[in-house]
Design a protein. Structure first.
Length: 193
């Protein structure tokens, strides 16, 4: 029985067929040699056979080729799912990935340690800048930005207002082109009811 529970037919020439299949796999051109012209004529392998025998032979050949293909696919599936085989095949890539991960981890840890050790210096530097800024401009304690002149601030605010009004208008126009069709459809439905 095969894997689906069906009985398989065993033929006396089954080992012979297996040997032929192995030879075809090793030398695919050998199977085609019978079909090539020899001495100016096309050789007929199935010359003395009836049509039924020829069809059966062709069906057997196609079935055997399909089985060989399925066996090869099964072998490839097993290879793909074999972790040990894949690790050996891609050993260089895995080593490079491991080295890269180790380097990135060590750089990240080194940076974190450096920042932790120098945090006090960095914080002291920021505080010194804030004290200098407060000393120079006591009216601007919270901001380090320069105070802009009144016309520049008004112009900036007007541009922002104009841009937001334009965006709102564009959005309304695009919604109005889509919504009237839906309103007309929704108004027509209650009238039909």
């Amino acid at each position: 029985m095969n894997e689906w529970g069906h009985l398989e037919q065993r033929h006396a020439d089954q080992p012979k067929k297996q040997i032929e299949h192995d030879e075809i796999l090793r030398n695919p051109d050998r199977a085609l040699q019978a079909e090539h012209k020899s001495g100016g004529e096309h050789t007929q392998v199935t010359k003395g056979m009836s049509a039924r025998e020829q069809v059966e032979l062709t069906a057997d050949r196609i079935r055997d080729e399909l089985l060989l293909t399925l066996e090869e696919l099964d072998r490839r599936r097993d290879r793909i799912l074999d972790i040990r085989y894949q690790a050996l095949k891609h050993r260089d890539f895995l080593v490079a990935a491991a080295i890269t991960a180790a380097v990135l981890t060590s750089v990240g840890l080194g940076l974190a340690v450096w920042r932790a050790r120098h945090r006090r210096r960095i914080l002291a530097r920021h505080r010194m800048k804030a004290v200098k800024r407060a000393w120079r401009h006591p009216d601007r304690l919270a901001s380090s930005a320069e105070q802009r002149p009144l016309p520049v601030e008004l112009g900036r605010k007007l541009v922002i207002i104009f841009a937001s009004a334009l965006a709102t208008r564009i959005a309304k126009n695009s919604v109005q082109t889509l919504v009237p069709q839906r309103r007309a459809e929704s108004m027509a439905e209650p009238m039909k009811s």
